[in-house]
Design a protein around this ligand. Structure first.
Ligand code: PXP
Length: 269
């Protein structure tokens, strides 16, 4: 049956309003996920059982975090398998499992079934994750790992990448449904002009990813002072992953005030 003119107009209006509300929600709500790896680093420095990252996660959620992030490293330098299992049982919001494509860690992730698996590059010598994945160079490995994650029941698979159009296209190509834009260079920029220039590259990346149907996340080095400029410039960011800035403040003022303050910054009030 063909379309009548009135039907065509109604369908057009419906599609427009769905898009309008999707974009509105997309802009209005940025989820704040807190990375608790540094709590485990402190615990492990003295080979102690405290401070416990699982307790820290509960405090973060009580203070309004939308979810918790951890990175189970191949060398287990901070988060351990015990932490992962308990976080899965206790975190009420979104659980983001950061991992490399190492077979053993992928198997643990598939067994735990977090809400989101974020694939990151990993080098033993690095102090923290140093940059985005090279999706093109690691395509074969990613194409083997990503279906394993989905088949285990993990609904979202994200790739931590630079705001490079070729990487974004490759991320969609290998089957990720999210990307996390690496904001480390933005955070480390020496001047505001440099920071704005990098933010514009991040904005182009975010738009390209959004147009390709990918969810856009961001993280690394975001803090209480640089976030407003980032939010001003970069659209479509549905989720941010923030660790160091919040943990550094939490040591001085307590976990809940530190998370609440970051929540106010991220939510814009
Ligand atoms: N996103 C990813 C992929 C990371 O590896 C990290 C650092 O662990 C973060 C976000 C958070 O970075 P920061 O601790 O600087 O806030």
């Amino acid at each position: 049956m063909g379309w009548t003119e009135a039907g065509r107009r109604a369908a057009g209006a419906r599609a427009l309003s769905v898009r309008f509300f999707r974009d509105l929600m997309d802009c209005a709500v940025t989820n704040l996920l807190i990375n608790i790896d540094h709590v485990a680093t402190l615990r492990n420095a003295r080979q102690e059982s405290f401070p416990d990252p699982v307790h820290a996660a509960a405090r973060c959620e009580a203070a309004g975090a939308d979810g918790i992030v951890f990175h189970l490293r191949e060398d287990r330098r901070h988060i351990t398998e015990r932490d992962v299992r308990l976080l899965k049982e206790t975190v009420k919001g979104k659980l983001d499992f950061e991992l490399s494509t190492n077979d053993e860690v992928v198997a643990i992730c598939c067994d735990v079934v977090p809400d989101l698996a974020t694939l990151v590059p990993e080098r033993r010598e690095e102090v923290t994750t140093e940059g985005g994945l090279d999706v093109q160079a690691t395509r074969d490995r990613l194409e083997a790992v990503i279906p394993r994650l989905y088949n285990a029941g993990i609904p979202q698979v994200s790739l931590f990448i630079e705001p490079d159009p070729a990487q974004i296209e490759a991320a969609a190509d290998v089957g990720a449904n999210c990307i996390e834009l690496h904001t480390g260079d933005f955070a480390n920029a020496a001047t505001e002009a440099d920071q704005r220039a990098i933010a514009r590259q991040l904005a182009d990346g975010a738009r390209a990813a959004h147009d390709a149907g990918l969810r856009v996340h961001a993280g690394h080095g975001l803090d209480y002072t640089n976030f407003p400029l980032f939010a001003d410039e970069v659209p479509h960011v549905q989720e941010v992953s923030i660790g160091f800035a919040v943990m550094a403040r939490a040591i001085l003022v307590g976990m809940e005030p530190a998370v609440r303050a970051m929540r106010r910054v991220v939510k814009g009030y």
